[in-house]
Ligand binder design. Sequence first.
Ligand SMILES: [Zn+2]
Length: 280
Amino acid sequence: MVTDVHVHVQPIWEMKAAALDVFLKGRDDVDALQKIMRSPEHLLRRLDADGVDRAVLVNYPSPDLMGFSHRVNDYVAQYCAAAPDRLIPMGGVHPRFTDDAAAEVRRAADAGVRALKIHPPHMGFESNAYLHGLDALRDLYAEAQRLKLPVMIHTGTSIFPGARSRVGEPMPIDDVAVDFPDLTLVIAHGGRPLWMEQAFFLVRRFPKVHMDVSGIPPKALLRYFPRLAEIADKVLYGSDWPSPGVASLARNLADFRGLGLPADVETKILETNALALFPA
Ligand SMILES: [Zn+2]
């Protein structure tokens, strides 16, 4: 039961032109992607062909930078309802584009969203910005904690126009983990390519902090995280497909399996850790 916890199936027709250019640049499968973004049947066929049993579909509002509104929550919830055993909806709330972040979190959860994504470089704040006046972000985390919704936080750089990579630094998540000790957190991309040590520290330090390996070329994973096996209980497999530089689900999976990790480590990362966070 392989779960890819980081797949970008999203309403790309809402994307700003400049962002869409970056997203689709150099791809030769744009027509197939357009179909997948509109039809779960097309995605399920692709998952079957590529050997992925379940996928977490990552969405988040970013009206000013990417073009996505809070409607992404309804989009991803409805999309995943076609195959709730295989498709897991991740939505989001933008603290600067809502009057009541807690209510927006409840609305997303009521629609069926099972996890939330925070994208600091695309939302324009640090993950601990509630300490510096962004009260809506505190409300968001508190409500997610209360509803037991895991929160994934992007870390590392981003190449989309207007993205602020500086706030992709993982260390502010230290505050979030201290202030919301019962909140399940997932550090996306392990801080790649600048801050792997910070991500590794946070995963080891806090029981509820996990990490996904998405966006890291699998063949380079052990160069980025030589002590990956030590945190195997908290690491989740993810591809980031079809983001720039990620050609195919199958290729990523094959490269990951080709690393020669111990069998128990591989099983935790590909299968059991994700089942604990997102029960079947
Ligand atoms: Zn991503």
